[in-house]
Design a protein around this ligand. Structure first.
Ligand code: SAH
Ligand code: SF4
Length: 341
């Protein structure tokens, strides 16, 4: 069977070469503790073994190659080249107290075509492998950055890529990244089988559902996936997730001027969530980021509209926050990633 990641490939190589058991830990210590990014430089290994690793995996430990980095005060966006001549992007956010959070891609492009999203305009090129997903983080780690939390909110729909489950295993493996499940967030447009699998296999990983309209017909217009997985069905799966995990579920709602920011929308969102007898839903309102490749009719809501929206949700007892907007000036914000220079 083909190994699902380079970590498994390394185990296989060590077994084939009848290497002692401690070799695996030695290599992982070199990469994750000493932050060594080239196999040639892991000098405690015998030269022949280094040669084998290079032959099987390559000179570099990571499979993604940074080709461009753009930074503003709190945000840094890296464009990576991946095999096949494609590009994906990752974003590093630095919060006030130095907390470092990352937003990584799970697919090159995206096939779901949500009308307001830049990534959606490219279509799906391909799923990233578990290595390509986790190597975006490994890149930052090898360059000395702390990894405090990570969200799968870059390019692509995580739950449409079966490799994200291998990626989650790698990120939470104490010998590798050692991230707690609670430091990881998966954002989805509501791929039902994927939600159920996440509930079962990674119950403590944070889950965000991209709602964006409380009305089935409008949601189908904005997000064609709604015809296959209607929001009412998704909410039932989220209820199950909450009952099983006792964890909060986040509802992402991008506010677009004149499209989904009316009083009726706010009241309907509150009604959708309130009637469920579960108070673990938390609404995250996201200011729309204009992009160069989506319709110019999509614009950010006026400030007063946002305030009214918040007030209505609060008055109905719904937990709500407005997500701080980062990185829009370097096209590094949610929904702005499309792999261009
Ligand atoms: N495919 C997943 C995860 C990636 S997108 C999902 O859609 O949930 C991460 C978030 O950015 C989603 O909530 C998405 O709806 C939102 N988004 C997309 N385009 C946006 C834009 N132009 N402005 C603000 N948010 C956007
Ligand atoms: Fe894909 Fe998410 Fe963008 Fe929709 S919003 S097109 S699912 S990346």
């Amino acid at each position: 069977m083909k190994p699902t990641s380079k970590y498994e490939a390394i185990r296989q190589i060590l077994a084939d070469l009848k290497q002692p058991a401690y070799r695996y830990l030695q290599i992982m210590e070199a990469i994750f503790r000493q932050r060594i990014g080239e196999f040639e430089r892991i000098t405690m290994l015998p030269k022949t073994l280094r040669g084998e690793l290079i032959r099987a995996i390559g000179q570099q430990v990571t499979s993604v190659t940074p080709v461009l980095e753009k930074s503003s005060k709190q945000v840094s966006k890296v464009l990576f080249a991946i095999a096949g001549g494609e590009r994906v992007e990752a974003v590093r956010l630095t919060y006030q107290r130095g907390w470092k959070s990352y937003c990584i891609s799970t697919q090159c492009g995206c096939g779901f075509g949500c009308r307001f999203c830049a990534t959606g305009t490219i279509g799906l090129k391909r799923n990233l492998t578990a290595d390509e997903i986790t190597d975006q983080l490994l890149h930052f780690h090898l360059n000395g950055h702390a990894l405090d939390s990570v969200s799968f909110m870059g390019m692509g729909e995580p739950l449409a890529n079966p490799h994200i489950f291998d990626a989650l295993t790698i990120l939470t493996d104490p010998r590798l990244f050692g991230l707690g499940q609670r430091r990881i967030t998966v954002s989805t447009i509501g791929i039902l089988p994927g939600i159920d699998k996440l509930t079962r296999d990674f119950p403590q990983v944070n889950l965000t559902f991209s709602l964006h309209s409380p009305f089935e017909d409008q949601r189908s217009e904005l997000m064609p996936i709604n015809d296959r997985f209607p929001l009412h069905e998704v909410l039932k799966a989220l209820d199950r997730h909450i009952r099983h995990t006792r964890r909060k579920v986040y509802i992402a709602y991008v506010l677009i001027r004149g499209v989904n920011d009316s009083t009726e929308h706010a009241e309907a969102v509150a009604a959708l969530l309130r009637g469920r007898g579960i108070d673990l839903y938390h609404v995250n309102l996201i200011p729309y980021n204009a992009t160069e490749v989506t319709s110019p009719s999509y614009r950010q809501s006026e400030r007063n509209r946002v305030k009214t929206f918040v007030r209505i949700l609060k008055s109905k007892g719904i937990n709500v926050t407005v997500r701080a907007q980062f990185g829009s000036e370097i096209h590094a914000a949610c929904g702005q990633l499309y792999g261009a220079e």
